[in-house]
Design a protein around this ligand. Structure first.
Ligand SMILES: [Zn+2]
Length: 65
């Protein structure tokens, strides 16, 4: 059973704050989701901290190797 955590991040393209739902049952994740404001593809990297709170990093496609 997954636990969804709502996390606010800033779009790496337009800088707008957007809210995403993170599935906290996955220890490590990487996925791409289009920005709700500028519709460009944001790369999300999610890592779980020991407290169980997800730590979310956002990158533009160009930043990711
Ligand atoms: Zn954007």
């Amino acid at each position: 059973m997954g636990t969804l955590e709502e996390v606010e991040v800033s779009c790496p393209y337009c800088g707008e704050a957007i809210e995403v739902l993170i599935d906290a049952s996955e220890p490590e994740q990487k996925y791409i989701e289009d920005c709700q404001v500028c519709c460009r593809p944001i790369v999300f990297r999610v890592a779980m901290t020991p407290t169980g709170a997800p730590e979310v990093g956002v990158y533009s496609e160009d930043d990711v190797i």
